[in-house]
Design a binder for this molecule. Structure first.
Ligand code: UDP
Length: 462
């Protein structure tokens, strides 16, 4: 134990995107409850908001100038440049940070790094002589698909339109992550996501934001090959097991949540009457698609709370808000777990980012799925066909987008249709299982405890 009684000191390095930061921060909060000291490294320009109320989590900043505009003429080039800059920033600063911690009397025992940055392990093990744990912020099913490609048991370009992989349901090609069936727009990204496989044998621990009962078969398949541990869901504790009293929100935000307004507004609505709509922190839907969603929401006759980030606002039809004032509220960002757990929310229209998916599952909210890219397509497949907690809107081939009629039809179906009560009762079952995983002695709680104990014993032996 160190001087304030911490068992070990973990230096955590999340990839600096909202969907990667949230689950890493949440894992860190859980680790503190096991007596772990945390240094969380954020790689950032100055625009994030931090409300850290956890005494044993210290935040360190590695500054990144974030001058994306200067670095490429398209999204793919900008993405690659962003990645490179992060690699340079971490490589230049990590050793110094670890040294500073040692000289302040709190030597780092292990570096917990986002699996999207596998090169960190080389620095950690090779240069710093420390142990490293990779943290995967995607579904185990998605990791398994990438692993099949890495092993050559799934060939890209795909050779068939129907894919059969062990421990998974039959998949159509477009149920796979979009980088696999359509690498065209982002040629470098497939290499990047496949890169997560290169450390599976070398990393000292492999932690996944999922829970055993949610992905039972694929967890077994992975466990037979690699020493993985599921530690999720990373949804704040006060919405699952309620053991971390201060854990109600994500406390590092790239956008400022409009908490007061939307919760007050939800309070005025009837139970189960609101469709909560969000496409996460990155999606960039076309203007026509945004208009179809707006009209679909209007025609559904349901109340709706829609998160539209500032960069997307201009895509909303001009008179939309005045025409739907009674029934709708648009905010730039909200405290999503608080919203999803509000009694007024009846369903979640989502892009199926993994965090949104696992939050909705662990809060018992049925979904209307509208995957856009990346692993969202695979998450949607599981939401609809495996966990049976949602229905997917189908894109019109002719118009190459999801029409307002389809948005309206699917929302009505999930809110009040024939399947509504089945979806809701399935969702409530997952909510119970998520709570069980996080509760004392549950699968994820045990895995976190085992992880800490094994780092502790490695440390005391060295
Ligand atoms: N989120 C939030 N407020 C919002 C919208 C999203 O706090 O208004 C959070 C959400 O709870 C989730 C994360 O942002 O934890 C988004 O991650 P996800 O994997 O769902 O999607 P991504 O942004 O990575 O596409």
């Amino acid at each position: 134990m160190d001087e304030i009684g911490c068992r070990i000191h973990v230096l955590a390095i999340p990839y600096p995107l909202q969907g990667h930061l949230n689950p890493m921060l949440q894992l860190c909060k859980r680790l503190t409850s096991k007596g772990v000291r945390i240094t969380l490294v954020t790689i950032t320009s100055a625009r994030i908001s931090v409300q850290n109320q956890f005494e044993s989590i210290q935040i360190e900043y590695i500054l990144d100038d974030d001058n994306i505009e200067a670095e490429g003429s398209n999204d793919s080039e900008k993405g690659a440049a962003h990645f490179k800059r992060i690699q340079i920033a971490v490589s230049d600063n990590l050793a110094k940070l670890v040294e500073e911690k040692a000289s302040s009397g709190h030597p780092v025992n292990i570096v917990l790094y986002d699996s999207m940055m596998p090169w960190i392990l080389e620095i950690v093990q090779g240069q710093l002589g420390l142990k490293g744990a990779a943290f995967f912020t995607q579904a185990c099913a998605v990791s398994a698909i990438y692993n099949h490609i890495h092993r050559g048991t799934l060939k890209v370009p795909l050779e068939t339109s129907t894919i059969l992989l062990p421990s998974m349901p039959q998949l159509e090609s477009n149920d796979l992550p979009s980088f696999v069936y359509n690498p065209g727009p982002y040629p470098g990204v497939l290499d990047l996501v496949l890169g997560q496989n290169i450390n599976l044998e070398k990393s000292d621990w492999l932690l996944f934001n999922s829970f055993d009962k949610l992905e039972n078969e694929v967890v077994t398949w992975l466990t037979e090959r690699y020493p993985i541990k599921t530690i999720g869901p990373s949804t704040p504790s006060m919405y699952t097991d309620k053991r971390l009293k201060d854990d109600k929100d994500y406390t590092i935000n790239f956008f400022t949540p409009d908490s007061g307004a939307c919760l007050k507004w939800l309070d005025t609505k009837e139970t189960g009457s609101v469709v909560y709509v969000s496409f996460g922190s990155m999606s960039d839907l076309g203007e026509n698609q945004m208009q179809e969603i707006a009209c679909g929401l209007m025609n559904s006759n349901c109340n709706f709370l829609w998160v539209v980030r500032p960069s997307e606002e201009s895509k909303i039809p001009r008179d939309f808000m005045s025409e739907t004032e009674e029934r709708g509220l648009i905010v730039n960002w909200c405290p999503q777990p608080k919203v999803l757990s509000h009694r007024a929310v009846g369903c979640f229209m989502t892009h199926c980012g993994w965090n949104s998916t696992i939050e909705a599952l662990s809060l018992g909210v049925p979904m209307v799925t509208m995957p856009v890219w990346a692993d969202q397509t695979t998450n949607s497949k599981y939401i609809v066909d495996v966990w049976k907690v949602g229905l997917r809107v189908k894109a019109s081939e002719e118009r190459e987008m999801v029409t307002r009629e389809e948005v309206e039809r699917t929302i009505r179906e999930v809110m009040h249709g024939e399947k509504a009560s089945e979806l809701r009762s399935n969702a409530l079952r997952w909510k119970e299982l998520a709570k069980e995983a996080n509760s004392e002695g549950g699968s994820s709680d045990k895995n976190i405890e085992e992880f800490v104990s094994s780092v502790e014993s490695t440390h005391s032996l060295s």
